[in-house]
Design a protein around this ligand. Structure first.
Ligand SMILES: [Zn+2]
Length: 268
């Protein structure tokens, strides 16, 4: 039998940038450049019997190196959500960029699910090239290697069930193993696009992001996600970085996460 979850979206960081910094070859769209915000999120899935963490945000070091603004320390957000980190809740890694794996170390006994293509890329011969390397922290990739040698890494090729009602699927594009997560909720299926779709506009107008390993795979991921939304297979799309994300869902109004989180569905 499948299960339903409540999804909590946590906005832990932010920055201001410009459109030409986020949309690949922005000049091709014949529109002026202009400011655009970028928010940073991770996601938690919960029901009465399980907690699953999807990505972990940037570390203090990784965020500071890139001058990102931290709105709440991820560790404080995990605590505010009452997550028992020592219990080893499963952690899904959508890709290995610094803003997604920076706090994996807070979950030292958790199984980590990651696409094999992602792990292989960042432990392979091209991981140190300038155009890709600036998005990762070597110490954090080392952490993944350590988790692998500890037997905590669960690698998959195309798709894997994390738990009943939670599936992770590799789409590639942004990184070789970029993955999305689909979650059953009491309010329909939620797709956590992570960085396969940074912005709603990115999907609506098929505008690839500047950081891309395979631009055609990125276009194909847009098509796939659009198809899932159009067919009703997916009801809610949660993007990886759009400042408009929280406003689309039920706001969290009290506690340490007031104004910094939103939920989809009820805990059941
Ligand atoms: Zn990201």
């Amino acid at each position: 039998m499948t299960e339903s979850y409540q999804v909590t979206i946590v906005r832990y960081g932010t920055r201001e940038t410009v459109r030409s910094d986020v949309y690949l070859n922005h000049h091709l769209y014949a529109e002026p450049d202009g400011p655009i915000g970028m928010d940073y999120f991770f996601w938690v899935l919960r029901n009465s019997s399980r907690t699953i963490v999807v990505d972990t945000g940037f570390s203090a070091v990784g965020g500071a190196r890139r001058r990102r603004t931290t709105l709440i320390e991820p560790v404080d957000a995990f605590d505010a959500l009452g997550i028992d980190r020592s219990a080893g809740p499963p952690v899904v890694i959508t890709h290995a960029h610094y803003d997604h794996i920076g706090n994996v170390g807070l979950f030292p006994s958790s199984p980590l699910t990651i696409a094999a293509a992602e792990y292989e890329f960042w432990t392979g011969p091209y991981a140190d090239r300038t155009l890709v390397h600036h998005s990762v922290e070597d110490a954090e990739i080392l952490g993944l290697r350590q988790a692998h040698s500890d037997g905590r890494l669960r690698m998959f090729a195309d798709s894997a069930e994390v738990a009943p009602g939670v599936r992770v699927t590799r789409v590639g594009g942004h990184t070789p193993g970029q993955s999305v997560v689909t979650v059953n909720t009491t309010d329909g299926v939620v797709l956590l696009a992570s960085d396969s779709v940074h912005y709603y506009e990115e999907l609506e107008r098929s505008m690839p992001f500047t950081q891309v390993a395979d631009v055609i795979a990125m276009y194909a991921a847009f098509e796939r996600i659009r198809g899932q939304l159009d067919s009703g297979e997916v009801r809610h799309l949660v993007t990886g970085h759009d400042p408009d994300t929280l406003s689309r869902f039920t706001p969290v109004t009290d506690g340490a996460l007031a104004g910094l989180a939103a939920t989809i569905g009820e805990e059941s």
